[in-house]
Design a protein around this ligand. Structure first.
Ligand SMILES: Nc1nc2c(ncn2[C@@H]2O[C@H](COP(=O)(O)OP(=O)(O)OP(=O)(O)O)[C@@H](O)[C@H]2O)c(=O)[nH]1
Ligand SMILES: [Mg+2]
Length: 215
């Protein structure tokens, strides 16, 4: 059994940019990936809630930074997808900027779950995201989503291929398959989230850090 009770996760807020987020403290684990990869669905499955995060057949559903609290100082974040072309340019610029800012500036961001459709893994933008996370010392879990869409042999082949390819990133990148529909590896992912929430160093308020160093 996972240690944290993901079922009690509650929605905190949706922010159009990082200035609207609550204080940059604690630990955040964000779900990133191409539009339609299944980020919002995975959050609902992991928290065992039907509609905590909004999902859609139409790519580009999530347009804000959505924060959810598992327990005090431990948050899950649903991010807008990247790489979707069919969105009005103005909107795309706005939410991609929010995404970029969140990734680059948020001190509480300690772990990144990067989701990729198992049938279309490691597109350019996915690779850039992994590379960036490894360089930024952010922990990465790669999830090959919608595993239910492939037969078990093809699934395993795809998993092995992505594991081999991801060794090139030189980081400690774990790769697992996942399905929200068939609940594949749900507890395994919860355990990984547990380990991040329990073992990583939480971000602290600037003031706290200063007063500590004066002691
Ligand atoms: N078969 C199958 N379909 C899935 C699975 N997970 C998600 N989907 C479907 O994929 C579509 C997109 O899912 P979302 O969770 O909204 O994807 P997202 O990554 O949050 O998309 P954006 O918010 O647009 O970036 C929906 O139609 C889901 O029902 C899965 O495990 N299996
Ligand atoms: Mg979404």
């Amino acid at each position: 059994m996972p240690e944290l009770n993901y079922h009690v996760t509650r929605f905190i807020l949706s922010a159009p940019d990082i200035r609207h987020l609550p204080s940059d403290t604690g630990i955040e684990v964000a779900f990133a990936g191409r539009s339609n990869a299944g980020k919002s669905s995975a959050l609902n499955t992991l928290t065992n809630q039907k509609s905590l995060a909004r999902t859609s057949k139409t790519p580009g559903r999530t347009q804000l930074i959505n924060l959810f609290e598992v327990s005090e100082g431990k948050r899950l974040v649903d991010l807008p997808g990247y790489g979707y072309a069919e969105v009005p340019e103005q909107m795309k610029l706005k939410w991609q900027r929010a995404l970029g800012e969140y990734l680059q500036k948020r001190q509480a961001l300690k772990g990144l779950v990067i989701l990729m459709d198992i049938r279309h893994p490691l597109k350019d933008l996915d690779q850039q995201m992994i590379q960036w996370a490894v360089e930024s010392n952010i922990e990465v879990l790669l999830l090959l989503t919608k595993a239910d869409k492939l037969a078990s042999g093809a699934r395993k082949a795809q998993l092995n291929a992505v594991r081999e390819a991801s060794a090139a990133f030189m980081g400690d990148v774990q790769v697992e398959m996942f399905s929200s529909l068939k609940k594949i590896n749900v507890d395994k992912v919860r355990h990984k989230l547990d380990s991040w929430f329990n073992e990583l160093e939480p971000a602290r308020e600037e003031e706290d850090a200063e007063s500590d160093s004066e002691e």
